[in-house]
Design a protein around this ligand. Sequence first.
Ligand code: NDP
Length: 340
Amino acid sequence: MSQTNRQFVLGKRPEGKPDRDTFELEETGIPEPKHGEVLVRTLFLSVDPYMRGRMRDRESYADPWDVGEPMAGHVVGEVVDSEHDDWQAGEFVFGNGSWSEYATLDGDDLTPVEPSANVPLESYLGVLGMPGRTAYFGTREVVEPTPGDTVAVSGAAGAVGSTVGQLASFAGARVVGFAGSDEKVDYLEDDLGFDAGINYKETDDYRAALDEAAPEGVDGYFDNVGGPISDAVFTQLNVDARVAVCGQIATYNDEGVATGPRKLPLLIPSRARVQGLLVGDYVARFEQANARLQEWVESGDLVHRESIVDGFENAPDAFLGLFEGDNIGKQVVNVAEPSE
Ligand code: NDP
């Protein structure tokens, strides 16, 4: 085992788009677990769009990171040393760790991870992790698709969106997804069972494209993106439509809010319900969601993909790529291989 540990800390707060200088790589010693703790070697690290919010000096649902503070993130790892009765060396775990090669984590906060043929380790950061649960609760309890509905999804080929579209389809809805390349649109239509995909980067008129893909209008909208895509979807909402506002990645790098609530008048004729969604609100039912998602994944009904960037030192690039649309499905970093 190497005697050094590497970790990323917030190097400086970005203005606008983050870049490599946002992150600082530090070498430290490998920490020793205290009573109740477990030393975990990171195998896969999750990079997520919400982390952009933590780089700002502004209170939100996730606290801002201080400059110089190690960056937190979900990890799948291997227990190296344990001072907790429930965990032994060699076991795979999921935990709320940090951008580091090794971390000591509270053994009470870890959950077991069991890889199998259809369920690779990294899927516990995606379809069986926070993004999958976001999709599960947001689709079923906010968008509430029923047979015959049309559901639109933005960020459709990403971790959350790709699961949302499939769950809406399972519920009998026609599903239309916005994504940023032809390859992604093919993935939506050929692998995930979306009825139509729109490559928004090759489309000038989102509204006309949506009108063509969803001629009956939109009954449910799962919004991961915001910005002009959402502006277009709001014009197509049917009476009593449900909108889940999950993410607004199109504006995460903006320093000010450039636009007012100019689309809200459209909610009057549609009487649509627009609801913010925060996956943490459903924590009491995470186990239930995971059991169902796992069944679908193991049976092969729920398709998932992970985009893997190799090498701990490349974690910043994996994060920055989320804003360029580099990923299909869940973006993770492969930090190390399991020991033999
Ligand atoms: P994704 O896997 O979807 O990755 C982000 C994707 O966003 C990119 O692949 C890119 O795809 C798309 N994107 C980036 N910039 C833009 C832009 N300007 N306009 C349109 N699309 C853009 O991430 P996640 O699935 O992890 O998260 C999706 C959203 O859900 C995020 O906004 C995230 O913050 C939010 N979220 C919210 C949660 C909650 O509890 N509220 C929980 C989890 C996630 P493309 O090629 O299509 O552009």
